[in-house]
Design a binder for this molecule. Sequence first.
Ligand SMILES: Cc1ncc(COP(=O)(O)O)c(C=O)c1O
Length: 394
Amino acid sequence: MVVARQVEAVQRALGPFFEVVMQPPVRGARPVIADFMAGNPQEPTLPGFVEALRRWSVPTSTDSFAYRPMHEPARQAAAASLTIELGVEFAAQDVFLTRGAGGAIALALSTVVDPGDEVVFLSPPWFFYEAMILASGATPIRVRLEPPAFDLDVEAIVAALGPRTRAVIVNTPHNPTGRIYPAAVLERLAEGLAGAAEKYGRPIWVISDEAYSRILFDGRSFPSPGLFHPYSMLAHTYSKSALAPGQRLGFLALVPGLPEADVVRRALLNFIFGTTPDAVMQYALPDIDGLLIDVAAIERRRDHMVSVLREQGYVVQVPEGTFYLLPRAPLADDRAFCAHLANEGVLVLPGHVVELPGYFRISLTATDEMVGQSLPVFARAIERASSGQATARR
Ligand SMILES: Cc1ncc(COP(=O)(O)O)c(C=O)c1O
C-alpha cells in the first residue's frame, strides 16, 4: 500500500464530489448555457482584487518573499474587521492566516483532534467535512438537518455527543440550505455542549465555519456560534466575499475569552506551515478585506429565480444567506433530473453529492443572462418530469 490506509475512507467520502463536480465536460454534449454547479465566479474579478494582487506582488525588499512569520498587519486587519462584524473585540494574536476556510478547518482539526476522537458534523454538509475529519484521524458523526426547514436540531446534536466527542462543526450561514441559525438556538447548543463537557470531563470544541458570514440577505445579521461557546474557533474566508476562491485566503480566529488561550495559540503555530497563505495574499489581505461582491444583485437574482421556479411548480425555500438555492427535484432521483438538465446545457449540483438526494443546488453566482436562458429549461424539465417522461428514462 503506497498511500495511507485512511485514504480509502477519505476517497469514499469524496467520491460523489469528484464524480460530479470535478467531472470534465462530456464531449459532444450540448453547449453549457448556464453553469450553476459551484460557487465559482462567472463575472469579471472585482477590480480591487486585481489591483491588490498587482500591488503586493512587487517585492519591496529582499525578504518580501522569504520565510517569515505571519504578516502582522494582515492579522490586525482581519481582527479589526471581525470585531466590527461580530461586535466583540478580537486580538490580532488570535487570528491565524490560512488558505481559505478549508485551510482554517484543517488547521483547527489538526490542533484539537486525536486519533479515536469523534467529530460531529451536520448533514447536508459542505463536501469536505467528512473527508477532513477522517484525514485528521477522528471518526465523523453525522447529524441530520431535517427538511423542509433544515433547522439546527440541538437535541439530535446533544444526543450524538459522547465521551469521545472532541468537536462539532457548525456552518452558518449554511451551505446548501441558506439558513442562518438564530442566536437562541446557538445558545441552546452551547448549553448542551457545556452539559456534555461536564459529564464527560473534557471540553468540546465548536469549529464554526463562517465562510458566508458576509453573504446575508434582507438586511439580516449573522450571530456567530462562537460567541455563545467559550471553546470556539471561527473559520473565515475571502473566497465568498471577494469571489476569487482560487486565490486562497482566509483565517482561523480564536474567540475572545477562550480558556487556556496561550496553550491553543502555541499549538496552532505548530501546524501553520501547510495552511498559511502565500506572502502576496497575506500582504493583500487588508485591501481584500474591504471588498464585497454585489450581494444586492445576488439577492435580486434569488428573488427572481425563486418566484419563477415556484410559478413553474418547483418547491424551493428562500435562503437567508449564502449564494445558493436548494429546490426539490421533481423526480426522487436527483441524478436523473440533473442529468436531464445537463443535457439541455444547464449545470446544477445534484443533491446526493451533499447527502441530500431528491434536491438540487443552484449557485446564484451565475450571470443574469444564464438565469434568463435557464428558466425555460427548468420549465420544460418539470413539465417533462410531471408527465413521467424523464422517470421513464431512469
Ligand atoms: C460551507 C463552506 N465551508 C468552507 C468552504 C471552503 O472555502 P474556501 O474556499 O475558503 O476554502 C466552502 C466553499 O465552498 C463552503 O461552502
